[in-house]
Design a protein around this ligand. Sequence first.
Ligand code: SF4
Length: 222
Amino acid sequence: MSTPIKCLIQNLNLVIGCDIGCPYCYARNNCRRFHMTDDFDVPVFFERKLRLMENPKPHTWLLTGMSDLAGWEPEWVERTFERMRAHPEHSFIFLTKRPERLDLPIVPDNAWVGVTVTRASELRRIDELCGRVRGGHLHVTFEPLFEDLGPIDFSRVEWTVVGTETGRRRGKVDACPEWVASIARQARDHGVLVFMKEALEPIMGDESMVQELPKSFATNLR
Ligand code: SF4
């Protein structure tokens, strides 16, 4: 039985808004439904949420559940990194689909900066990420997975997440078990940890599910 990733990694949406326009974006719908901001295309920084990092219980937080790191203003990044450095007991995860736009200061040790890859034509994002990020840890999320990716360069990556599209979008694509198995096999060959999200369980079967997390993450799953 797999564990839902939300039980292990919580969202801390310091920034809400993104203009990339993915057709499968749930954040845009949530933003509209709960009227979180006036215009999802314009990212807004909710600085007061930084105080949640004062929580004495160690957490692992995804900071880009409703944004893309490349859309953050430099001063938002600086203030967030500063607070993260003051709280080494927590771990923080960032994602971007535009690594070519990243211009980050040195990344704190407790940060995991990653790219999302959904198709083979997006694999170049991994190279961009590796070339632009100094410090911290690197990861790749393959979700939603739309096709077989072929060979993947995992040489500088420490962790990978794989998932299939969820929701009811017209034209929704279900990942094939062979696509997922290929990613997992290549990651394993490079000593990279693999986490398959719970929506893959009906596709992969319970016995093929793998859910590994970095040791530094503050969760009970190992
Ligand atoms: S990058 Fe993320 S937040 Fe931005 S549109 Fe795509 S799914 Fe939504």
